[in-house]
Design a protein around this ligand. Sequence first.
Ligand code: CIZ
Ligand code: SF4
Length: 356
Amino acid sequence: AASDPDLVARALAAKAALGDKVFVLGHHYQRDEVIQFADVTGDSFKLARDAAARPEAEYIVFCGVHFMAESADILTGPDQQVILPDLAAGCSMADMARIAQVEKAWEALAEAGVQDQVVPVTYMNSSAAIKAFCGRNGGVVCTSSNAEVALDWAFEQKGEDTKVLFLPDQHLGRNTAVLKLGYSLDDCVVWNPHKPNGGLTADELRAARVILWKGHCSVHGRFTVDVVDELRAKIPDLNVMVHPECPHEVVLKADHVGSTEYIIKTIEAAPSGSSWAIGTELNLVQRLALAHPDKNIVFLDRNVCYCSTMNRIDLPHFVWAMESLVEGVVVNRIEVDPQTEQDALVALQRMLDLPG
Ligand code: CIZ
Ligand code: SF4
């Protein structure tokens, strides 16, 4: 749908009035009506690095979800204020790991006598509190672009018996450990925070190498092998490309697996006339199809499937946040408390220091 012309004009006017005072970051899964105003676009890793690129900008308007705005706050200067145009833009995956639940799991690992061997690794898609937990406990943050390097690093931290506690996305953890690092499915167990002791016995915890938190993405978790088979039967020479947040059996059937940035680069480099089914968020797939009319690009689902919280950031919210800033009013500021920030930064810095 086309954007409301009046709101577009107001957004342009507010942006012009704010000039260099505002820096607008836009995630690839954002709506067209919003992403057109982004100074920089990217996935969460790229945006986390880019957030610090304009130290002179007083305001960082983050068009994405809550955990990303928290990371931007952690990685930018104390005088820079991060604004999330709609506070309801959370992430269902990040919400699946609460700090109290993770602390409880950590205690259970101590009771099973294995905590000393465990290195916590959290996906970027987690709260600042979880990143801080990893910072305090010798762990690291990772993204879908560097999960392999981060897990490699983690497994070297405690000698041969190292175990990894991977938060909060079981699929990214499993896909990386099994398909990139060569662990077997039997090396992995799933910690269910809604069951006593995670639903695992102490023996199971002792035998495991990879302890996967029972979280998933409500968008990427929906893709199925049935649709992969269906589309392959219908479209000759189809290339299937999915994000590693997809279930293991879907990833096994795909030709290409990678982060959002990887997906974009692969499509840009793909030959004219090639056919692609893409398993990631729909706003991005639609934009790729539009930008590459010479390639046949389809969505890997029969139904529409946007990230509903990403979509919370719409043009009315964006205009409201920007016009408030023009009036000198900061709405929806995301501010991580200093102690959490300091601990989270340790885990984020370990990530930024990883090789590659
Ligand atoms: O699923 C997401 O939210 C992703 C892929 C985020 C990101 O940019 O890494
Ligand atoms: Fe969270 Fe999934 Fe939405 Fe990403 S796409 S913000 S992981 S719910």
